[in-house]
Design a protein. Structure first.
Length: 245
């Protein structure tokens, strides 16, 4: 009899533990008794849409404290425009907390992507792209190489008053640069830094000797480079003022 009573006692104890667990898993005691009524957003972000963030998290918060799908909520927030990553937690008794880490744009990438300061590519579609970003491009597996040459070439051209606005690496490994004065620099596949350094040293002298505008520089030569010049655009005529009668 004592053994039977102990067995019944164990069964009742297990049932008392299992039933609440099953109830939580099925959402029985989730939204009705412990609703999440507060959303707390933290993080230094400027471009993430707060209204869209709230709308995205609302379906998860409605499931209640015990039934909320934190992993699903975090994944949904991470897919929002400008969000680099997100962390979602719950705080007793009724708070859903999200920490947002926002992309900091460094450059445009191949037209339809943006490159963050952390070196991550993210879609530009549907967001207001900041003006003045340089345009970089190349195979996505070589992002770090493109950024490295961009930074180095900027340092080369800055002392002579020119700014590098574009750096591209084609599938064959050939480099091309674009300057803020409209000139394009075809560097080629090998010795990119040495070729650029030699060109930058001679460029101020070449510019002073020409009354035209540099359009294209091809550096793919062993002992020099080929230059293409364009006429200086004529200044726009000022509109004539009509005399008053």
């Amino acid at each position: 009899m004592n053994a039977m009573l102990r067995l019944v006692g164990w069964i009742l104890a297990l049932a008392l533990v299992a039933l609440p667990v099953v109830a939580v898993l099925n959402g029985w005691i989730g939204a009705a008794h412990w609703p999440l009524t507060k959303l707390r957003a933290t993080g230094q972000f400027e471009r993430v849409d707060g209204v869209l963030l709230q709308k995205t998290l609302l379906p998860y918060a409605q499931r209640g404290f015990f039934a909320v799908d934190l992993a699903g909520a975090q994944d949904a927030v991470s897919k929002l425009p400008w969000v680099e990553r997100a962390e979602v937690r719950k705080r007793w008794p009724d708070v859903l907390e999200v920490t947002v880490f926002e992309h900091r744009p460094f450059a445009r990438w191949s037209g339809d992507l943006l490159l963050s300061e952390q070196g991550r590519l993210f879609p530009a579609k549907g967001i207001d792209v900041p003006k003045g970003l340089p345009l970089l491009g190349g195979p996505e597996a070589r992002v770090s190489e493109v950024v490295e040459l961009y930074n180095e070439s900027r340092a080369m051209f800055a002392p002579i008053g020119l700014e590098v606005r574009e750096v591209g690496l084609d599938p064959r490994g050939s480099w091309t640069l674009g300057l803020d004065n409209g000139a394009r620099i075809v560097v080629g596949r090998s010795e990119a830094r040495a070729r650029l350094s030699r060109f930058v040293r001679l460029l101020p002298q070449l510019l002073t000797q020409q009354a035209q505008v540099l359009k294209l520089a091809d550096l793919r030569y062993t002992n020099g480079f080929a230059l293409t010049w364009a006429p200086v655009p004529a200044p726009a005529a000022e509109p004539q003022q009509q005399g008053q009668s």
